[in-house]
Design a binder for this molecule. Structure first.
Ligand code: GLN
Length: 447
């Protein structure tokens, strides 16, 4: 598959021919179920869009039954920026319902398969975007990351996935899951493409009140020769699988070979991250999903009065995982439990943030696993608690609002990709991309 950088050089004629071939290839690989719908919404370079990002006049469902038939009334800011830059939305990708999940199994449209081995999950919630890029069915894609949903499927499908600093990319037109954590980001074949797409979508936006209104660009200053100080976490990675530990050792060697300084650091036991994240995320999700009442958006199941209409619409429209989270969110916000759970989670969030800040007083980047293992097989994470625990290495980055990038390091004996992530200080995407580019180069030269 051509890269985004190459595609931006194509003539209009070459581009149209390429799009026809791409549509045919997507059709031939339908069994992967990476796409929910394929249509071309512009004249530019085709980019796959996760089904929770609005493209004007195109359906947007967040892979939920409750939004079947809903048509987006306006473009998300990221889509408007893409169109201005000569890219066009081409295909809506499958995902976990309302971005809640780690495997893309909770989609109303059925599961997406991992292109490296169809018995394995592609990861989630941006599993369709990751599978599309990993299978050569997209040049690049957009995903959203609330607790790892860009980085983890990228790692499982052998591609690059980047989560910007919270507030860097406008959330206007993104279906909200947990508003204090959500960020849209690029999913691409390589680090440079991620930087190109990131620069386009991260332009400031007055329509999002949490947008940082910063317009510094990464690509003109990309410099993989910069020598950086990078923290490694020997204790933090102890519970990861052998595949992940092998990849970690390989990446540390590569970073050293590239001339970076490696410093050993530690982070707090990641088990607290899981509690703080699932309390915060479900509390916010409960509030955000209250708007799907059958009156204002999407599907309605009519009852004999308004209350019954709400109940029937939501009972039939939401899937099990979404209902579980609405229940959990209501519980942690309810009178009598709010102090014990929600307030505590917010305090823990501050501790996590401070901990990162302390490490970043001394280093430029942190090297961390993305997931405890390679992509699990379907059904292995059938127990919700096992699924939540698999998010252990990604969610603290969202709780702290930091930028991070997941990139492929190696494949295990069965040919499954292993990715790792680099994490940077808030708003230091430049250093993040410079370090990632250096690591990518060094890993490629060793393979
Ligand atoms: N797996 C996590 C969750 O289910 C993260 C999802 C995401 O980042 N959207 O909440």
């Amino acid at each position: 598959m051509i890269t985004l950088k190459q595609a931006l050089e194509l003539s209009q004629e070459e581009l149209q021919e390429f799009k026809q071939q791409l549509a045919a290839k997507i059709e031939q690989n339908k069994e992967l179920n990476a796409y929910i719908d394929v249509q071309d919404f512009g004249a530019g370079v085709p980019i796959a869009i996760k089904d929770n990002i609005q493209v004007k006049n195109w359906s947007v469902t967040a892979a939920s039954k409750i939004l079947q038939g809903y048509i987006a009334p306006y473009n998300a800011t990221v889509v408007a920026k893409m169109l201005e830059a000569g890219l066009s939305p081409f295909g809506r990708t499958n995902m976990d319902e309302f971005a809640m999940g780690s495997t893309t199994e909770t989609s109303f449209y059925g599961k997406t398969l991992n292109p490296h081995n169809q018995e394995h999950v592609p990861g989630g919630s941006s599993g369709g975007s990751a599978a599309a890029v990993g299978a050569g069915l997209a040049i690049a894609a957009l995903g959203s990351d609330t607790g790892g949903s860009i980085r983890q499927p990228a790692a499982y499908c052998g591609i690059v996935g980047m989560k910007p600093t919270y507030g860097r990319v406008s959330r206007y037109g993104l279906g909200a899951y947990a508003s204090s954590l959500d960020q849209i980001g690029p999913m691409t074949q390589n680090v440079e493409d991620a930087a190109i797409l990131y620069d386009i979508i991260s332009e400031s936006d007055p329509k999002d009140s949490t947008n940082a209104q910063k317009d510094d660009k990464v690509v003109p200053n990309l410099d993989p020769s910069r020598k950086l100080k990078i923290a490694v976490l020997p204790k933090y990675i102890e519970n990861a699988s052998k595949d992940v530990q092998d990849a970690y050792a390989k990446a540390v060697n590569a970073l050293q070979a590239a001339g970076h300084e490696i410093v050993e650091k530690e982070l707090m036991d990641a088990k607290y991250d899981i509690s703080a994240y699932y309390i915060t995320a479900t509390a916010e999700a409960t509030t955000n999903l209250a708007r799907y009442d059958g009156i204002r958006y999407g599907n309605r199941v009519v009852g004999k009065n308004l209350e019954e209409t709400f109940i029937k619409t939501r009972s039939e429209g939401f899937g099990d995982e979404v209902k579980r989270r609405i229940l959990l969110g209501n519980f942690v916000l309810s009178n009598g439990y709010y102090e014990a759970y929600y307030v505590k989670a917010q305090k823990t969030r501050h501790i996590i943030k401070d901990e990162y800040a302390k490490v970043f007083e001394e280093v430029d980047l942190i090297l961390s696993p993305v997931a405890p293992s390679v992509a699990p097989k379907f059904g292995e994470l059938a127990n919700p608690m096992d699924m939540y625990l698999s998010d252990i290495y990604t969610i603290s980055v969202n709780l702290a609002g930091l930028p991070a990038i997941s990139l492929p390091i190696m494949k295990n004996g069965e040919g499954m990709p292993v990715g790792l992530q680099l994490i940077a200080k808030a708003y230091d995407e430049q250093t993040l991309f410079d370090g990632a580019l250096s690591l990518e180069k060094e890993v490629a030269s060793n393979n």
